[in-house]
Unconditional design. Structure first.
Length: 519
């Protein structure tokens, strides 16, 4: 099978399934939330990639890859905005654009400002950029942890020609974590050193930190604390004159154990928010949890330098907590989680009543101006008559079910009624709002809840897109262009979604094996 044949087949499959995706987006029950990010491919092409998340009537929450596009010139906000506007025009969803979940780069601010202008000028759609610009909680956690570990991070941890004496000394000044970094880099720098180490560690290898993922530092420390690894590190350092100044003492190991314990809640919080079905309603509780954890750890530690490091992490996290006030959806998402409601904030912020009042004002304004209808809430329609061959339903139970579903007066405000009701245990708030009972009882509020609770808390899906794309552009496909990569990754995502029937899948993973270098 030739490369051109495969590409033609991919193009044909893409065009057919694109129509299915387009209809799903245009008819979505929720707004279309966009998760963009920048990436440099293994063959050195600068691209923007983005996924979308939304809810359909038939298939519930969906997350799809919709575009990988090469950017001409810099990764500027204007260039990124044009790539996204091209998608919006092509799919006909200008009136359904929802929230943008992004990292904290300043070019993202420029991008959403430009999209706002384009939506208004081209489609007469008013789109306020500030409340729609949301920040990935995983990226916020990363910034706080890296502030704790490395401060301003003057050095790189990536691949380069080798650490200079000055760089090694600067890492050493970071304390125990810097000394461990020096040891790991030294051991893993040559195959011979690594072979010597694995002989000492019974075949176990070290984990190395990197620039982009804070949890690589967590894993490096966690792995080093394993008894066999720790013993091997101690023996190796004793045999290497170059590592004498980085040798970890018993107090150093105790400090590393305390650092590991401090980082563990950050790791747990990241994992808890990175799934497709995880909810933005957990963002404020996640940040509250971590701020409380930092305060408790700072009080408990007996090491002044660790207390200072913890204070810098707290300050960074607090800065981004304050930025959540730019958008009312964080508070709204928390309130629209039946397991939390306002009770959560009233308990967590009990000494900050002005925060609660401000949040209530903004969420109420969002409800009134965007979702509340002046029409009365509809009464449940009677159930259709049952076939005489089916089992007769209990009339009293049916009547009571309807009474419970319409217990408030038709003139009552849906949002106020919902807020007055007690908190209940719900494992998946979005699924709860998608249930017919809630949608019939709260016809307008349920739309608000579905819109907001379908926003992802993190940009994980776009990061996963780039991880898969990196494997697609392997050494044997080094000349693959971005258009072909876009076909492959979109089809991979679409074929695995509920929108495409299994019989219609094109098995893009296998097809990609035949894609030639020039595709």
């Amino acid at each position: 099978m030739s490369g051109s044949t495969v590409k033609n087949d991919l193009q044909k499959g893409y065009e057919e399934k694109k129509e299915v995706v387009k209809r799903a987006l245009q008819n979505a029950l929720s707004s279309i939330h966009v998760v963009p990010d920048n990436w440099t491919s293994p063959n050195c092409l600068g691209v923007i990639g983005f996924t979308v998340q939304f809810v359909t009537e038939d298939h519930g929450l969906q997350s799809l890859v919709v575009r990988i596009k090469e950017l001409e010139g810099q990764h500027s906000g204007e260039n990124m905005a044009e790539a996204i506007m091209e998608f919006i025009r092509e799919y006909g969803i200008a009136s359904k654009v929802g929230y943008f979940m992004m990292d904290n780069a300043t070019n993202m601010n420029t991008m959403i400002d430009k999209i706002s202008d384009d939506l208004e000028h081209e489609f007469d759609v008013f789109y306020d950029p500030l409340p729609h610009r949301l920040r990935c909680v995983g990226h916020i956690i990363c910034l706080a942890v890296m502030e704790f570990l490395l401060g301003k991070r003057p050095l790189t941890t990536g691949f380069y020609s080798g650490p200079s004496e000055e760089e090694v000394e600067n890492w050493r000044k970071r304390g125990e974590i810097g000394k461990l970094h020096n040891i790991v880099v030294y051991i893993t720098w040559t195959p011979q050193r690594l072979q010597t180490f694995t002989t000492l560690s019974d075949g176990l290898r070290l984990r190395r930190d990197n620039d982009t993922r804070w949890n690589s530092w967590y894993k490096m420390v966690e792995w080093a604390l394993r008894p066999k690894i720790r013993q091997a590190v101690t023996i190796f350092c004793a045999q290497e004159p170059a590592l004498q100044d980085d040798t970890l003492t018993q107090p150093d190991w105790l400090t590393l154990a305390e650092i590991h314990k401090f980082l563990e809640p950050f790791y747990d919080a990241t994992v808890a928010n990175e799934g497709i079905g995880d909810s933005i309603s957990d963002v404020l509780p996640t940040m509250d949890y971590l701020l409380h954890h930092i305060e408790a750890a700072k009080t408990a530690t007996t090491l002044p330098h660790l207390a200072t490091m913890m204070e810098t992490a707290w300050a960074k996290l607090a800065d981004y907590y304050e930025l959540t006030e730019d958008s009312p959806v964080y508070s709204a998402a928390t309130v629209l989680n039946p397991s939390l409601k306002w009770a959560y904030m009233e308990r967590t912020w009990e000494d900050k009543l002005e925060w609660i009042e401000k949040a209530k004002e903004r969420v109420g304004q969002l409800w009134r101006e965007t979702y509340k209808s002046t029409s009365s809430c509809p009464i449940l329609r009677p159930s259709p008559p049952q076939d005489c061959t089916t089992k007769r339903l209990n009339g009293y139970k049916m009547w009571m079910k309807e009474q419970k579903s319409t217990i408030f007066n038709k003139d009552d405000d849906e949002y106020e009624v919902y807020c007055r009701e007690p908190v209940m245990t719900v494992s998946d708030p979005l699924k709860w709002w998608l249930e017919p009972a809630q949608r019939r009882r709260f016809p307008n509020l349920s739309l608000m809840a579905i819109d907001i609770l379908s926003i992802p808390p993190m940009s994980t899906e776009t990061e996963r897109l780039f991880s898969k794309a990196k494997l697609t552009v392997s050494d044997v496909r080094g000349s693959m262009n971005i258009d072909t990569l876009n076909l492959v990754e979109c089809l991979r995502s679409w074929d695995r979604s509920a929108l495409i029937l299994p019989s219609d899948c094109c098995y893009v993973d296998q097809a990609g094996d035949h894609t030639t270098q020039d595709s």
